[in-house]
Design a protein around this ligand. Sequence first.
Ligand code: VGL
Ligand code: ZN
Length: 213
Amino acid sequence: MEMPLLPDDVLLVVDVQRDFLPGGALAVPDGDAVVAPINRLGLLFGHVLLTQDWHPAEHVSFAANHIDRAPFEQVELPYGQQMLWPTHCVQGSDGAGFAPGLDLPRAELVIRKGFRRVVDSYSAFTEADRRTPTGLAGYLRERGLRRLFLVGLATDFCVAWSALDAAASGFEAHVVEDACRAIDTQGSLDRAWRAMGEAGVGRIDSHALHGWA
Ligand code: VGL
Ligand code: ZN
């Protein structure tokens, strides 16, 4: 299905950072494959926004900061279940930097997230306490932007949570599947697609998108 873009459509580029690429601290299989399609899409959109996972070294989501815990185990925190991760995207580290080759000259905003020690944030909109907004919804509303196309890493965590929150906040959200890659642990990818389908999040291929001009 072809989908013509409009000048106010937003490309939301989620966490395309070194630590999520092959060889990185929390490598997403084939994660570097998203860079080329995202660069191409970046030239079709009038608005390009990025998120950047940005944790303090003491962050609660790191297995290394818990006694006797390993990455990919769950712990109970005051806000609910939290999966533990390898230490990744530490503020100011090379691994937290954007992927080499990512080239988005129109990027107008970077939303950093997960920077509070005791709360994670997969979502670009709301932290894992499900209370604290990142400011992204306010930015979009103030500028009158209401249709989002999400790309990046990882499909089943930060992309999915961002798409679900976008839909819940009244935005139209579409995930561009071939410009995303997944971690896929413990059935997470199937669950993410099911939840996004139920929430009315669109699922499309980058080749279906073409510019308005
Ligand atoms: C992510 C796990 C931990 C992501 C970030 O970008 O999907 N996943 N932090
Ligand atoms: Zn993280």
